[in-house]
Design a protein around this ligand. Structure first.
Ligand code: GUN
Ligand code: ZN
Length: 429
């Protein structure tokens, strides 16, 4: 029989959404434990009770470190790993100057594989155990990413980015080849191990209506897959979409008209939304993805996390690497907090952690499987050192409750705060 592992430390788990249900759904245990069997969480509880009931388990005692689910990054571009932190451009110029030239390199399968390996090592070292990533237009970039994730037993979502206009030669496909390649990749990878395929039109400016419709048809044939794209990130992008699709009621309508609006839709950024767009996103149960470091770095705007959540729109959290300026979901939570402050809403540390785990898992339709500290979930876990630097340590020294002892790590923590990471019950970092 599989070895039982018992991890001891502080634990934090959720039985609901703290944005909608308050802090009663947040459960913190100072002397807690997580029992792992066959790569899954078998039990979460008090350390002494777990020790007594499972004397056969191999114990790893993390003391006062905090056991949380591994973070779930709901929107990233692994091919942009090497160009993260590129200076001085806003969205469209940033894409043309930095992103597209880098993405061209992924025609080379060896390069794609090198970056996929590098990227997944970086995210794991930052406590992230699941990502939903765009690849490039090259099928090789999808194969490279899924191979790298599979060798780490990670649950990931990814898809071939489709673009048939307004991108350089060498970085475009067609409506037909986007459909054919995506279908082939989907059939090859979706459901294999812990891998999921997402149909991935980059965004309306780089797809013709014909391409969006072809991908809409593919989604209709494969509703088990997610669909990821970008929505209303910058105001001049929205103006461009209105010019390119004069018949559309708004940006979201360019997707809706093509069959690309649904509950399995992940809409990255979603900052400058009309009332109709917000209402439709809520009505169909689609998810918006908050990419706070990217939204400040590229100068896009202030996402309305609390407002969208209370209008019934799902919200996930993401780095948007490499438009985002960090691989760290801790840094991403800090940026979400700062944006909340600029909008007049102080997000509670429990809400920030919920977004980075349960909220993103919900958006990826993986609630209860990942991002969750509870029986039956995959044992994808991050062990956080809440005193990882002298600056954090001295702040924690005067903390008078659990929340003020974790908040300095959210605001100032980085990969040094990640003591170790388990993927499916195996230590991977
Ligand atoms: N919109 C279309 N493509 C991209 C991208 O790669 N990054 C960001 N931040 N926005 C986009
Ligand atoms: Zn993006």
């Amino acid at each position: 029989m599989d070895e039982k592992k018992l991890l001891l430390g502080q634990t934090l788990r959720f039985s609901g959404n703290p944005f909608l249900e308050g802090l009663n759904v947040v459960h913190h245990e100072t002397f807690g434990g997580v029992l792992i069997e066959s790569g899954k969480i078998a039990e979460v509880g008090e350390r002494d009770i777990l020790r007594k009931n499972h004397p056969d388990a191999v114990v790893e005692d993390f003391g006062s470190k905090l056991i949380v689910p591994g973070f779930v990054d709901a929107h990233a571009h692994y091919p942009q790993t090497a160009i993260i932190a590129s200076w001085g451009k806003r969205l469209i110029d940033w894409l043309n100057t930095y992103t597209f030239p880098e993405e061209m390199k992924f025609i080379d399968a060896a390069y794609a594989s090198e970056i996929a390996e590098r990227y997944l090592d970086l995210v794991l070292s930052n406590g992230t155990t699941t990502v939903a990533s765009y690849c490039t237009i090259h099928p090789e970039s999808v194969d490279a990413f899924f191979h790298a994730a599979m060798s780490r037993q990670m649950a990931v979502v990814a898809g071939k980015t489709c673009m048939d206009r307004n991108a350089p030669d060498g970085l475009t496909d067609t409506a037909k080849s986007a459909y054919d390649d995506s279908k082939l990749l989907l059939e090859r990878w979706h459901g294999l191990d812990r891998l999921s395929y997402a149909i991935t039109p980059r965004f309306s400016p780089t797809s013709t209506r014909e391409q969006l419709e072809a991908l809409g048809s593919l989604w209709k044939e494969h509703p088990e897959c997610l669909m990821q794209t970008h929505l209303s990130e910058q105001t001049d992008e929205i103006d461009w979409v209105c010019d390119l699709f004069p018949e559309a009621r708004d940006y979201l309508d360019t997707y809706e008209a093509a069959g690309l609006l649904g509950s399995g839709g992940l809409y990255g950024h979603a900052i400058h939304l009309t009332d109709r767009e917000r209402a439709r996103l809520a009505e169909v149960g689609a998810a918006t993805v908050h990419c706070p470091t990217s939204n400040t770095f590229i100068g896009s705007g202030l996402f309305d996390a609390s407002g969208l959540m209370s209008s019934g729109v799902k919200v996930a959290l993401a780095t948007d690497t490499g438009g985002g300026s960090s691989f760290s979901m801790l840094r991403t939570m800090a940026a979400a907090y700062e944006i909340g402050q600029l909008r007049g809403t102080s997000l509670h540390p429990a809400q920030l952690i919920w977004l980075a785990t349960e909220g993103s898992a919900q958006a990826l339709h993986m609630s209860g499987q990942i991002g969750h500290l509870g029986r039956g979930a995959h044992a994808d876990l991050a062990i956080l050192d809440l005193e990882s630097t002298p600056a954090i340590q001295q702040r924690v020294a005067i903390a008078d409750d659990f929340w003020s002892s974790i908040f300095p790590t959210i605001m100032m923590g980085d990969d040094r705060a990640i003591h170790c990471v388990f993927v499916a019950g195996t230590k991977r970092y």
